[in-house]
Design a protein around this ligand. Structure first.
Ligand SMILES: [Zn+2]
Length: 99
């Protein structure tokens, strides 16, 4: 499987899954589930974003940290994995138990 990888301000996000749902107004919409490495500790975490199959990621902001290090609005000055090889296999693995 060739997962899509997105580079958002230097942080890599891999597509794990796409989901469609029905909005309150009855129209169809899509979500994308992405996995990235926390900028603070490097642990993989999941984030969902509105998704346009033609336009790509619609969110202006994606979480950059795991639930433990969540710090909305706090900019990432440096990512703990910058300068190190990124484990793409871990990012693109299928959804695991409890994720
Ligand atoms: Zn973390």
């Amino acid at each position: 499987m060739n997962a899509k990888i997105f580079n958002v301000r230097g942080q890599l996000y891999a597509e794990v899954e796409q989901r469609s749902y029905v909005r309150k107004d009855g129209t169809q919409a899509s979500l994308i589930v992405l996995r990235s490495h926390c900028s603070d500790c490097g642990a993989p975490f999941l984030v969902t974003s509105p998704w346009d199959p033609e336009g790509g990621i619609l969110a202006n902001y994606l979480n950059r940290r795991c639930a433990l290090h969540k710090a909305s609005g706090k900019p990432v000055k440096t990512h703990c994995l910058w300068g190190k090889p990124v484990d793409l296999a871990a990012l693109t693995a299928p959804l695991g138990q409890g994720e």
